[in-house]
Ligand binder design. Sequence first.
Ligand code: MG
Length: 387
Amino acid sequence: MNPKRRIVILGATGSIGTNALRVIRAHSDRLELVGIASRSRVENLAAIAHEFKVRDIAVFDPGTETPGSLASRFPAGSRIHTGMDGLIELATLSNADMVLIAVVGTTALMPCIHAIRCGKSIALASKEILVMAGEFILPLIRKHENLLLPTDSEHNAIFQCIRGEPARNVQKILLTASGGPYLHTPLESLASITPEEAIRHPKWNMGPKISLDSATMANKGLEVIEARWLFDLRPDQIEVVIHPQSIVHSMVQWVDGSILAQMSPPNMSFAIQNCLLYPDRVTGIDRPLDFSAGINLEFLPPDPHRFPCLNLAIEALKAGGTSPAVYNAANEVAVSAFFDYKIAFDRIPAVIAHTLASADRVAPQSIEDIIQSDTDARRISQQFIHT
Ligand code: MG
């Protein structure tokens, strides 16, 4: 038996993927990278394949690359997969123990389902997957008895706090949010924010979509919905608290009123290492908090007028059925339209609100129903943006 945990990363060239590679590099006595996938960035993927001697590679969108030109960039003997089938191939590799899913948006939904069915442990960073299909994924996880490790910093914090406690002890969870770059910007200035400005996050270094979602707090909305599934909570058991320092990553309040928090610097390596090496704890790769220098922590409630995307997410969660999938799809379309200079920053919530109001609300019977409402919601959002 291989004593090392064998890891596949879907989204190896992104911000989570890059941090996961740092963790694997530092703990090569315990972890082995056996597969990597990314959307395009072939150059970066090839560098990773050479460094970690990875044989199984998937390029979701190879663009103009031919199989021959792709093969020439990777080590001889590499198995190179493409498209959705390629991602699924990687998610189900027979020599992998754990799949880290860190792909932007919902692309990794089907690969995630296949990985679960193959009994892989799942480290889940792509929050859109549970937002869209939590109702079907969680029963699947229970059936196949997979280890499901939340990799997003907030959910990882809750996971660390809640471990071993019976559900009846939990009063609620407090999801912290940095508030993003526009916490104190005058509301009338929000219309003129450019894409270049909006992706500069004050605390976290992340990809453009999640950075923008943090600025609108749609990201926190997605996290509220994801938390509902991960920890089997009612919507009224999830509270959002703004915490600009991003040091308390989230908290659990027990029924007796006591609150437990998880703290570490605003750096993803802590949560990623917790997942990849779970349940072991060994020396971390980044410096922990230093209280000798003094640390100020601040907490405040989110302003619903400043962050309408957050309340729209909570409404979608309460409405249930396909509403969270509709919310997620509308947000993805609105984010793309903003990056393409088609809508102003402060119109993103309007796209989501219109789509939620216009889309059919159904109780989905299958993943296919969810995918259908995702497609319908995208069409409604597009039409709204064009008119
Ligand atoms: Mg987060």
